[in-house]
Design a protein around this ligand. Structure first.
Ligand code: NAP
Length: 492
């Protein structure tokens, strides 16, 4: 690909210094709305990965020795830096992975601030233990201590959000951190590293960009790394589990899903249709959402009404608008990279080959979808796509597509809805739409899922844990998961 010479280059943050990769190796970063190279990021080597870990190792004792209040002050400063640079961070995230500017500006940036401030507020409780009277002459108690060096590996669909939930809580609990963003969309994370360079003592927070297949093993195996938190795919989770099997270490795995949004016949259909069409699967980053409701389980008596409602919403250019991702009126962005673009297209074709009915969408490519914008012709655009089938066994109902593709499946009874919802290897999230309170409680209890939302969808917040079950992972990026307990006994 022809590369212009005036592209902005971004750097790693290692030991308080902004550095390129050893030998100056670089990777092109592509703007997915245009398919054109727009920036360059370091292609770090194993040696660079070791340098980042050693910097974090070196910084750990002094960071751990600070009071929780002193660590909290740094975290509050980080929130302040993010707020005052919010416009720039939102724009970098948008250009790098295609998530539309209206959502990165008004949705993402306030959430980032909230996470860093929440971590600051919880810093004092992070290392609080319990006293356990064991006998009149024996005092037992627990201490909570940081692990040491934590490596946080983040995906391309939500780089700044996953950076926040890993780094902020790990730092609050007294760990030092190495963040490795996906090289597919690393610019916003590298820029945030630069902005936070002087907020934390050197080496406390490090950000390093390089291909996971080349530096991933080094980052997770290194003996100085005490905990690894991955947000990513099941395949990468398996690689990390294998790489650390010889000397096992605690992992947090936030993985994929095939989440069901279940609409009963007594649901508020209008509200459910709006949620499906805006923030459940047909989102501003085109369904590249781990909790995306890629299966819509709908009571047979209302399935046509729901299908028509979603179709009407998606076909309304005032509500669902493709266009330049930096234009605040654009509601629907492209797919974040070419490989994912090809994957989603092939899944749509597979669904049709498997016999699913195309209810809406299915088209792709900027030239087809945004014909009045030649600059977007080579972007990775996919039309929101709704399929319908009777069988939950199709591959499009079982495998994570990670894009704007939902499959509708009818059901007749509550028991059938539960069996369908639980009938995949995943267990990340589920939505239930009903006005029957007893049924809502029965469903919450019956669903094998880390998150269940009733009469709403994708509602996450700093006061609730977030994680999956089954193949969707284990552990949570919360302050409790970034410290370990020590049991202490004193004979008086
Ligand atoms: P991915 O391919 O697993 O990549 C995730 C991260 O792992 C990237 O930084 C990647 O680096 C790195 N990586 C790749 N191979 C590695 C290895 N052998 N060792 C260590 N690290 C390695 O996932 P993705 O395609 O970026 O993200 C999409 C997936 O993330 C979907 O499955 C989605 O559901 C999941 N996700 C889950 C949540 C959640 O909270 N549950 C949230 C968001 C996304 P490079 O890309 O640089 O190679």
């Amino acid at each position: 690909m022809a590369v212009s010479t005036d592209l902005k280059e971004y750097h790693n943050l290692v030991g308080g210094e902004l550095r390129g990769a050893t030998g100056g190796a670089l990777t092109d970063s592509i703007d997915p709305s245009t398919g054109k190279v727009w920036a360059r990021v370091p292609k770090s080597s194993k040696e660079d990965a070791v340098a980042a870990i050693e910097a974090a190792q070196h910084a750990f004792p002094a960071w751990k020795a600070l009071s929780a209040g002193e660590r909290a002050a740094c975290l509050r400063d980080a929130a302040e830096v993010i707020a005052s640079n919010g416009g720039e961070l939102a724009a970098l995230e948008t250009q790098d992975n295609g998530w539309v500017i209206r959502e990165t500006t008004y949705g993402l940036i306030p959430v980032l601030q909230q996470v860093w401030l929440d971590a600051a507020a919880k810093a004092t409780e992070a290392n609080r233990g319990q006293t356990v009277p064991m006998s009149p002459t024996t005092l037992g108690y627990t201490l909570r201590e940081p692990y040491g060096v934590v490596v946080g590996i983040t995906p391309w669909n939500a780089p700044l959000f996953t950076f926040a939930i890993k780094a902020a809580y790990a730092l609050a609990a007294g760990n030092t951190v190495v963040i490795k963003p996906s090289e597919q969309a690393a610019v916003s994370s590298l820029h945030l590293g630069k902005l936070l360079k002087d907020v934390f003592p050197e080496g406390v927070l490090n950000v390093i960009c390089g291909p996971g297949s080349q530096i991933g093993d080094t980052l997770v195996e290194h003996p100085a790394v005490s905990k690894v938190s991955l947000t990513g795919s099941g395949g990468t989770a398996s690689s990390i589990a294998k790489a650390t099997a010889g000397k096992p270490k605690p992992l947090i795995l936030e993985l994929g899903g095939k989440s069901a949004n279940i609409l009963f016949e007594d649901a508020n259909i209008e509200k459910a249709v709006e949620a499906i069409s805006t923030h459940s699967i047909f989102t501003g980053n085109s369904g590249q959402l781990c909790v995306g409701s890629s299966r819509l389980l709908v009571h047979r008596s209302i399935i046509d009404q729901v299908a028509d409602g979603v179709k009407n919403y998606l076909a309304n250019p005032d509500l669902k608008k493709f266009g330049p991702t930096m234009d605040p009126s654009t509601t629907t962005g492209p797919i974040a990279n070419k490989s994912q673009f090809e994957t989603i297209k092939s899944y749509i074709q597979l669904g049709l080959d498997e016999g699913a009915e195309l209810v809406y969408g299915g088209r792709s490519g900027g030239a087809e979808l945004i014909s009045d914008r030649s600059d977007l012709a080579d972007g990775y655009w996919i039309e929101p796509t709704l399929l319908k089938t009777e069988s939950n066994e199709l591959r499009v109902c079982q495998e994570e597509i990670f894009g704007p593709v939902a499959v509708m499946i009818p059901f007749d009874t509550e028991e059938e809805a539960i069996a369908l919802a639980n009938g995949t290897e995943f267990g990340l999230a589920a939505g239930v739409w009903t006005t029957d309170l007893s049924r809502a409680h029965r469903m919450i209890s019956a669903l094998d899922s880390g998150n269940v939302w009733v009469n709403t969808y994708a509602r996450v917040g700093t006061d609730l844990p977030f994680g999956g079950v089954k193949s969707s992972g284990f552990g949570t990026d919360s302050i409790e998961d970034y410290s370990r307990e020590k049991a202490c006994v004193i004979e008086l």
